[in-house]
Design a binder for this molecule. Structure first.
Ligand code: PLP
Length: 429
């Protein structure tokens, strides 16, 4: 929908802010500055570690994003599934604002009155006994690695310094030096070494390869139940169950990274639920912050988690009052609005429509729930650009795959808009 009229207010930032507030509530689009001015400054002063689409977003609501030039877009990136609940969900915003008006940060040197209820909600939704909250996803991955190794030494009896962890090729678990060290993506590793040793990589989805890789020194198998960044790679049916059984049988911890797949994204609360599998350590993040604030956690049984003692591990901002308030509200929305079920239904409609529209132009449309990938025969970036011109923001991952992952609150009418834009866009290839 084009804006009804536009206002130029480049000189007066205060006025502009007031007008933006009005615009968010009505049908007025505010044109401030051209996108190119923002992009020029960003390129000059910001590190070039991303190659974003050239849209400059100024506000968002639900599944919609608005740029500084007054255009509206359907968000099919959802900040890599961190915005499952939709942009600025009123209930989560209210929790954040209310909490910010009381206390935001205490550090874990003190206790605060939001921690207990957040932990109750988080452990209940995740069906694990205990949680260790941190900020970003990769911190939760690091937490899981430390916990698994400690279990390996103290419980399984692996000789000091020898614990090994099996991971999948084509994985994505974040960007710390340890985590990129076991990535198979050369770009993530190039000239960043040396790396942490004792990670073994196997082909994702191949249970025999996994069986072979597990040895007496293996403390854990770390997997994404569906590989998100790797191009929305869904393992063969039965794989996760077989991994679970193998891990139990070999006395190895099964660590599931559900940072991207968790909290309803794949049509179940967790992607492991699809095969009725419960991991020994569950890693969550992204949508736990309700699209507002970084909140992540590692969860496990009491027996495991109590291997951490005071001072063994921590984070200044981890589990802070603001994070707890936001995280609790994010979980409430997820459960009360049945977002997993909605993702399942919306995902069925969307994937069917994408398949029909793509026809023979795509190798495959795959995924589960609202985590979908369109695998093309060539680079996916031109399709992303053609979609952007038609008011849909989606991004290529892994070269030929266009990932489509809108907020889980997407309605049928919006799916149909997305599908007609997609049909047009793919016809331009
Ligand atoms: C995004 C992601 C991470 C890293 O999370 P950050 O918050 O960016 O550190 C780890 N694992 C998976 C599966 C992810 O999708």
């Amino acid at each position: 929908m084009p804006p009804l009229f536009q206002v130029r207010a480049a000189g007066d930032q205060a006025l502009l802010r007031v007008m933006r507030n009005v615009a968010v509530k009505g049908d007025i689009m505010i044109t401030a500055q051209s996108a190119s001015a923002f992009i020029e400054t960003e390129q000059r002063l910001g590190a070039h570690n991303y190659a974003p689409l050239d849209v400059v977003i100024s506000h968002g609501e639900g599944v919609w994003l608005y740029d500084v030039e007054g255009r509206r877009y359907l968000d099919c990136i959802s900040a890599y599934s961190a915005v499952n609940q939709g942009h600025r969900h009123p209930r989560i915003v209210a929790a954040l604002v209310e909490q910010a008006g009381r206390i935001a940060l205490t550090s874990r040197a003190l206790r605060h009155d939001r921690f207990a209820s957040f932990l109750e909600r988080l452990t209940a939704v995740c069906r694990q006994e205990m949680a260790l909250p941190v900020n970003t996803g990769v911190e939760a991955v690091e937490t899981a690695i430390k916990l698994a190794r400690r279990w390996g030494y103290r419980v399984k009896g692996i000789p000091a310094g020898q614990a090994r962890i099996v991971v999948a090729r084509n994985n994505f678990h974040g960007r710390t030096t340890t985590v990129i060290g076991f990535s198979s993506e050369e770009q993530y590793r190039a000239d960043f070494g040396p790396f942490t040793p004792n990670f073994d990589r196997v082909t994702f989805g191949d249970i025999d390869a996994l069986r072979e890789a597990i040895g007496p020194q293996t403390c854990a198998v770390l997997l994404e139940p569906i590989q998100g960044e790797g191009g929305v790679v869904v393992p063969p049916e039965g794989y996760l169950r077989a991994v679970r059984e193998l891990c139990s049988e070999q006395r190895v911890l099964f660590v599931a990274d559900e940072i991207q797949t968790g909290f309803g994204r794949t049509g179940d609360l967790f992607a492991c639920d699809h095969e009725g599998v419960v991991p020994d350590i569950l890693i969550v993040g992204k949508a736990l912050g309700g699209g507002l604030y970084p909140v992540s956690a590692a969860l496990a049984s009491r027996e495991l988690m109590l291997l951490f003692g005071p001072g063994d591990h921590g984070s200044t901002f981890g589990g802070n009052p603001l994070a707890c308030a936001v995280g609790e509200a994010a979980l409430d929305v997820l459960v009360d609005e049945h977002l997993a079920e909605r993702a399942r239904r919306a995902g069925a409609r969307l994937s069917e429509g994408l398949r029909a529209a793509a026809g023979s132009r795509a190798r495959e449309v795959r995924g589960r729930g609202l985590l979908l990938g369109v695998d093309l025969y060539g680079p996916a970036r031109p399709l992303a650009n053609a979609l952007r011109e038609r008011g849909v923001l989606a991004k290529d991952t892994h070269g030929t795959v266009l990932r489509i992952a809108p907020p889980l609150v997407i309605e049928d009418a919006e799916i149909d808009m997305l599908l007609s834009a997609f049909a047009e866009a793919i016809a331009t290839l």
